[in-house]
Write a protein that binds this ligand. Structure first.
Ligand SMILES: Nc1ncnc2c1ncn2[C@@H]1O[C@H](COP(=O)(O)OP(=O)(O)OP(=O)(O)O)[C@@H](O)[C@H]1O
Ligand SMILES: [Mg+2]
Length: 504
């Protein structure tokens, strides 16, 4: 019987010009980062080689589209590798994927739990900040407001669940915009006092009851609260969340200062605003098309293309794809590779990856991706693209932590100082002999030879790599490949140079 290790050891390809240096399925599952300036050949050089190798080997996967031509490229790759039948294109006007419904219906531990649904919605926050280039998360004041919004979302989710209403973004919106004010709570207490007062006359009670019903018809939040109050068959766990919900809507939130309350409401409304766009309202808020379950990537080797290019759909495109990416990663993590008979490796393909970066979760996912047999391939121009979306705190550490877990790094031609320094430092230094000649006036003295530690690849050398699209070099995009840790290239060095044929 073949073991997972046999599978991980299988060759995907040998690196161009290095016939003894294999790139295996195992290598791919340890993640790949492709850097290079625009036009250097990331997509049409190394990217294309890796993508086609995945398809040839039967990988399932997910492709995010930052640019409008991404889908066309993948359709061509699939055709050339005999995989066209496995493509599933999720595009404008075709297909539906409601992430919240997925979170409730999916298999596995934690399905439908409020905590997971809240986290899902909070990932929108990170995506929105990346897109506005304000950076991922935190900073003391952001953290405070994030927590406040998160608590409000948690209580809204529980309120909808307990009341039996549909758990949708638009219902959450109705809850928060109608949340009871201090005056509302006082009015509510007055009404209930009459209803509970045994001394009150029937007529008074009738009026109070009618008043409450009319009010609840106009106020969705109150309607849900009344539904919860009327439930007498709650489990112990539901009773706990019911108490928290009641305390939140009848006390905490209602008695917040106007300013605090409006910041929470505005933050939430801002967060979900893209769901008012046609794309998210029509295709990400209803049900789940049969062919869009992310598990199909490993169950049937499907390749799901999210054809909602950010260049066309802007923030709605980022939300749509970013949230699907997050769900796809979690689905891969839940996978039990050891129990599958012929496990299918999968890939997650993210060009312009900084647009979809989740500063915390991506690293976490990547650190266990090998055991879920998933290869993440990220393409972006330089390391600064990540720094700018990793939040105001520890952005360098977070970027390096993500990169540390993407063990194959491909550096195409780059004019970015920081990326080139990073590459040079990774590749390391070596002793090189240097001759020096002492000179006194015009008299030449002794020549000495000494050893000095020098970078194996100087940063400026990355600016000189051959870019793609050049007829003069036969349309070959040059790159330096580094694999850590402990990779031994056949040359004995810590890196190799390759030229990727753009027309292969
Ligand atoms: N099949 C091909 N044959 C020849 N040239 C090509 C081919 N595909 C792309 N090119 C050219 O090669 C260059 C590199 O293109 P590519 O799209 O791979 O760059 P990139 O690094 O992905 O850039 P970006 O960051 O803008 O996405 C471009 O000038 C492009 O026009
Ligand atoms: Mg590209």
């Amino acid at each position: 019987m073949k073991t997972i290790n046999d599978l991980l050891g299988k060759t995907l390809f040998t690196w161009p010009g290095h016939i003894s240096d294999r790139f295996t399925i195992g290598d791919s599952c340890e993640g790949i980062q492709i850097f290079g300036s625009t036009g250097s050949g990331k997509t049409s050089g190394s990217g294309r080689k890796i993508a086609k190798a995945f398809l040839k080997k039967g990988y399932g996967g997910l492709v995010l589209c930052a640019k409008p031509d991404e889908r066309k490229s993948w359709e061509a790759y699939a055709k050339q590798t005999g995989r066209a039948k496995d493509l599933v294109v999720f595009e404008l006007g075709k297909g539906s994927f409601n992430p919240i419904l997925y979170e409730q219906k999916r298999f596995g531990k934690g399905a439908g739990e409020t905590f997971n649904i809240t986290n899902l919605i909070m990932t929108l926050n990170l995506l929105a900040r990346n897109f506005s280039a304000a950076g991922g998360e935190e900073g003391k004041s952001e953290k405070f407001w994030d927590n406040a919004v998160k608590r409000a979302i948690t209580r809204m989710v529980d309120l909808l669940k307990l009341s039996g209403e549909d758990l949708t973004i638009m219902n959450m919106r109705e809850v928060i915009v109608n949340a009871l004010t201090k005056e509302d709570v006082e009015r509510f207490n007055d009404i209930t006092k009459i209803l509970e007062d045994e001394q009150a006359g029937d007529e008074d009670r009738k009026i109070a009851f009618a008043d409450l019903r009319t009010w609840a018809r106009q106020n969705f939040c109150l309607k849900c609260l009344l539904d919860v109050l009327s439930k007498d068959d709650l489990t112990e766990g539901q009773k706990d969340s019911s108490n928290l919900v009641k305390s939140f809507f009848f006390k905490e939130f209602a008695y917040l200062s106007e300013r605090t309350k409006s910041i929470i409401v505005e933050s939430f409304l801002g967060l979900i605003q893209p769901f008012e766009s046609d794309l998210l309202r029509d295709q990400f808020s209803k049900d789940i098309s049969d062919d869009l379950w992310p598990e199909l990537a490993y169950e049937e080797g499907k390749i799901i293309i999210l054809d909602f290019p950010v260049k066309e759909h802007l923030l709605a495109g980022v939300y749509a794809q970013g949230i699907y990416k997050y769900i796809f990663q979690q689905a891969m993590e839940r996978r039990r590779v050891n129990q599958e008979e012929n496990p299918t490796p999968c890939f997650l393909w993210v060009d312009e990856s900084h647009l979809f970066t989740n500063p915390v979760y991506d690293s976490l996912f990547q650190s266990t991706a090998r055991s879920s047999l998933t290869s993440t391939v990220l393409l972006t121009q330089g390391i600064n693209s990540y720094y700018s979306v990793m939040g105001s705190l520890h952005s360098t550490a977070k970027t390096k932590s993500l990169l540390m877990n993407l063990t194959t790094k491909i550096f195409h031609a780059s004019n970015d100082y920081d990326t080139n320094e990073y590459a040079s430092n990774l590749i390391g230094k070596e002793f090189k002999e240097m001759a020096s000649v002492q000179r006194k006036n015009i008299e030449v003295g002794m020549a000495t030879l000494s050893e000095h530690l020098h970078p194996k690849v100087f940063p400026h050398e990355l600016t000189m790599l051959e870019k793609g699209g050049e007829k003069s070099n036969g349309y070959k995009a040059e790159a330096i490949i580094f694999k850590s840790p402990g990779r031994k290239w056949s040359s004995g060095d810590t890196y190799i140079r390759c030229k990727f044929d753009q027309n292969e």
